[in-house]
Write a protein that binds this ligand. Structure first.
Ligand SMILES: [Zn+2]
Length: 147
C-alpha cells in the first residue's frame, strides 16, 4: 500500500474535513454541532472520525485547557487532487481523456472555469503525444494488443 492510498479520506471523514476547512480550528463538540443535523452523528461517532483523521495526519490536535482544538493538517485542494489522482490511477492512461471528458460534459462549469480549462488544454496541445502510452498490466486492459 502506498503512502497516498493510506492517506485517502473516506466520505464520512470528508464531512469532518469540510467543516474544519470552512471554519478553521475548532473543538470536536463544535464540529459535531455543525454535522449533527445532517448526519445524526453522536459525539462518539464524530470523535471516531476525528481520531482516524489524526492518524492520517489530515487533522492536528492542540490541547487547550481541558479540550483539544483541531486544525486541518492538509489543504483541501491537495486532498482533492489526491482523490482524483487515485481514481485515475485505477484506469489505463489512454482512457483518462475520455473519462475526464465524460465528467466535464455532465458538470456545471462557470464561463471562467471553461476559459481556464481551454487555456490549460491549448497550452498542452503543442507538446501532447499522438497517443498516450499504456502502463497497464497485461490482462488488465485491451490496448496492449495494438502496441
Ligand atoms: Zn492500458
Amino acid at each position: 500500500m502506498s503512502t497516498q492510498e493510506k492517506l485517502l479520506i473516506t466520505p464520512a471523514e470528508w464531512e469532518v474535513m469540510r467543516v474544519i476547512w470552512a471554519n478553521g480550528p475548532m473543538t470536536s463538540k463544535e464540529i459535531q454541532e455543525v454535522l449533527e443535523k445532517e448526519t445524526g452523528w453522536k459525539t462518539a461517532t464524530t470523535k471516531t472520525f476525528i481520531g482516524r483523521l489524526k492518524v492520517k495526519k489530515a487533522l492536528s490536535a492542540e490541547k487547550e485547557g481541558r479540550q483539544f482544538i483541531y486544525s486541518a493538517g492538509v489543504f483541501e485542494r491537495e486532498s482533492v487532487k489526491e482523490e482524483i489522482t487515485s481514481s485515475f490511477e485505477k484506469v489505463c492512461n489512454r482512457k483518462i481523456g475520455t473519462y475526464l471528458n465524460d465528467y466535464i460534459e455532465t458538470t456545471t462549469l462557470s464561463q471562467q472555469d471553461i476559459l481556464l480549462l481551454l487555456e490549460s488544454l491549448e497550452s498542452k496541445l503543442d507538446d501532447a503525444p499522438v497517443e498516450v502510452p499504456c502502463q497497464c498490466l497485461e490482462g488488465q486492459c485491451n490496448c496492449q494488443d495494438c502496441q
